[in-house]
Write a protein of this length. Structure first.
Length: 284
């Protein structure tokens, strides 16, 4: 109460109260104490100050969501000019054993190839003059991981492992292929997209599906021995039995893998037709 009275005197007749000589510091102190007194009065009435009310609200817990993953794949093989880059960085020369995170890019030069091994044992052979981005997201509720590759340009041979409840996708600006335990090839060039299925370990349904992102946005079920060709200029798409030429091209890019004993054996065919094998540790 004393502070309230002093405050009222000061407010209505400061010259009379101070005589023009009261230090400014004391005046400021009285003003501050009067504010504290007012807050205390409000608390007695059961009404908290507005600022306190705002602070008292509990923070809303953050909802769990999918998160991009680190160490989604490794570069298992490098032949000639192979580069990689992380987001917002420059290209640098890739070396065997380099770990890749979701969002990292890989490219191959003329007459150059690379093999990528994903954490689930999936193996992708990157053909010359290709550019791609690796993707991986883990569902924090189920711990399941969806993986994939965004292909800007080039040709890939793949052996995708079958994992229950998980997806592997190859994407281009015009189409997305969803894979289920399948071997095949995916080619993207300025004029067309070609998707071929060579073999499959899928227990039910089609070996893969291919969804167009242009034109009438068709979706194709693709089984073993079938190829889908998309004309990127006209958006026309055609599914048919794989031709001899398409089979040869897919076989040239073919890569397969066997996982056992904490390591993965990658088997592939060279440009000369020879079968080669390499072994790399399985990522945990």
């Amino acid at each position: 109460m004393l502070f309230d009275k002093l405050y009222m005197y000061l407010k209505h007749d400061p010259a009379h109260f101070t005589g023009g000589a009261m230090p400014a510091l004391l005046i400021a102190l009285l003003l501050a104490l009067s504010t504290v007194s007012a807050d205390a009065t409000e608390l007695k009435k059961g009404t908290a100050p507005k600022a306190s009310t705002a602070l008292a609200k509990p923070a809303k817990p953050a909802e769990k969501s999918n998160a991009e993953t680190a160490d989604i794949a490794i570069i298992a093989r490098v032949v000639k000019q192979v580069d990689y880059r992380q987001p917002k960085t420059d290209w640098i020369k890739a070396e065997r054993g380099k770990r890749l995170n979701s969002g990292d890019d890989v490219r191959t030069g003329e007459a150059s190839t690379s093999i990528l091994q994903f954490v689930d044992g999936t193996v992708v052979r990157v053909q010359p003059n290709s550019e791609l981005k690796v993707r991986g997201q883990i569902d924090q509720k189920t711990s399941r991981m969806d993986k994939g590759i965004d292909v800007t340009l080039g040709k890939l041979g793949f052996d995708v492992r079958r994992r229950e409840g998980e997806q592997f996708r190859f994407s281009s600006p015009t189409a997305v292929a969803s894979i289920k335990g399948t071997e095949g090839s995916f080619t993207v060039d300025p004029e067309r997209v070609v998707f071929t299925v060579l073999s499959s370990k899928a227990l039910s349904g089609p070996a893969a599906t291919l969804e167009l992102l242009i034109g009438n946005k068709q979706t194709f079920d693709v089984n073993v021995g079938e190829t889908v060709v998309i004309d990127t200029k006209t958006a026309a798409a055609n599914k048919h039995v794989t031709t001899a030429l398409e089979l040869k091209m897919a076989e040239e890019a073919k890569v397969s893998a066997k996982v056992e004993g904490g390591k993965i054996t990658i088997r592939f065919r060279t440009k000369q037709g020879d079968i080669k094998e390499i072994e790399v540790p399985v990522s945990k």
